[in-house]
Design a protein around this ligand. Structure first.
Ligand code: NAD
Ligand code: UDP
Ligand code: UDP
Length: 321
């Protein structure tokens, strides 16, 4: 039997893929979003489905609905967007978590939190394991996101201990795919859009800082496995990401090759507090969820390039915030 599932931030990049996946499995999906970085276009394919409902709402305000499960995704995810209004970013993570946890408590819903590898900050342990407590600058420009997400994790674990809520916390590493925002400044979308337009490819720093990139379908599979894991005492946090690490400069070269583009690589200053290396240790996800990414970078990038190519040709690219 289908469940009634609330997805906050459901009109964003990851949320829209999750809504589609949950609908396909026969659930009723209530998507709640304030459209800060998401859009109705992202969920256009869901709109004809009678089991889908879309509600404009900001999670920093209380929400009274009756559901069986909650996926709490609402929060801008790219540095440009989350630094645009940092106070609102912290409020979204903290007040949003309090409201969604209060809702989960009232209706006894199981609740998932989209946490992030940013809780590890600029890590001194590599690859990052869940037991690592991180190296976050609480005062810097990334703090609104990192500390907001850390506080949200604290709230999840306190509601679990204090109110016996069923919680599932995923620490998500860099994920890419169709429906990323074309102007959100993230590295994969930037490089693809620049390569397709024949513009210079902007590498921050020397490009030797590393990231590991997970294709969206792999990530969503991990979320579902975590949420559907029957052991209520398996709360996470669990790392979900692709453990294939590479310097940002190598990503630029790969994108350029796949696009068959002629762009030049140019070097610009590294943003403040930009982590030098990041790669998930996914041993826990492998053991507990039987999960690991399946989509190779070339395959995922090819699909993402096709998406951006279509978007640029349709002139739907949205202007910078
Ligand atoms: P996104 O910006 O595309 O989606 C976030 C969605 O939340 C948007 O639709 C936005 O409009 C909505 N939103 C923002 N503030 C809100 C508010 N106050 N009330 C209601 N809705 C609000 O980003 P995404 O990449 O899809 O990220 C989804 C979640 O996953 C976020 O919580 C993010 O922190 C987390 N995450 C993403 C990545 C990644 O690589 N994409 C990595 C780590 C964690
Ligand atoms: N809340 C909500 N929807 C609900 C129940 C609660 O948005 O269905 C919000 C409510 O505004 C409250 C928050 O969740 O501020 C935390 O709820 P909780 O019951 O944990 O705490 P309290 O109401 O005692 O502050
Ligand atoms: N980056 C880059 N050029 C760009 C955008 C990003 O070199 O046009 C770098 C950025 O400095 C960081 C990495 O790519 O080192 C990943 O950046 P992104 O914003 O995608 O994610 P995050 O820093 O949150 O992991």
């Amino acid at each position: 039997m289908g469940k009634r599932i609330l997805v906050t931030g459901g009109a964003g990049f990851l949320g829209s893929h999750l809504c589609e996946r949950l609908l396909r499995a026969g659930n009723d999906v209530l998507c709640v979003d304030n459209y800060f970085t998401g859009s109705k276009d992202n969920v256009a394919a869901c709109m004809d489905n009678p089991h889908f409902e879309l509600m404009r709402h900001d999670v920093t305000f209380p929400l009274y609905v009756e559901v069986d499960e909650i996926y709490n995704l609402a929060c801008p995810a790219s540095p440009i967007h989350y630094q645009h209004d940092p106070v609102q970013t912290t409020k979204t993570s903290v007040h949003g978590a309090i409201n969604m946890l209060g809702l989960a408590k009232r209706v006894r819903a199981k609740i998932f939190q989209a946490s992030t590898s940013e809780v590890y900050g600029d890590p001194t342990v590599h690859p990052q394991v869940e037991s690592y407590r991180g190296n976050v600058n609480p005062l810097g420009p990334r703090a609104c996101y990192d500390e907001g997400k850390r506080c949200a994790e604290t709230l999840f674990f306190d509601y679990w201990r204090q109110h016996k809520l069923r919680i599932k916390v995923a620490r998500i590493f860099n994920t890419y795919g169709p429906r990323m925002h074309p102007n959100d400044g993230r590295v994969v979308s930037n490089f693809i859009v620049q390569a397709l337009r024949g513009e210079d490819i902007t590498i921050y720093g020397d490009g030797m800082q590393t990231r590991a990139f997970c294709y969206v379908d792999d990530l969503i599979e991990g979320w579902i496995r975590l949420m559907d894991h029957t052991a209520d005492d398996f709360t996470g946090p669990v790392n979900l990401g692709n453990p294939v690490e590479m310097p940002v400069k190598h990503l630029a070269e790969k994108v350029l090759k796949l696009v068959n583009g002629k762009s030049k690589l140019i070097f610009q200053p590294l943003p403040v507090d930009d982590p030098m290396q990041r790669c998930p240790d996914i041993t826990l996800a492998r053991e507990k969820l039987g999960w690991e990414p399946k989509v190779a970078l070339d395959e995922g990038l090819t699909k993402t390039i096709a998406y951006f190519d279509g978007l640029l040709k349709s002139n739907k690219a949205v202007s910078r915030v």
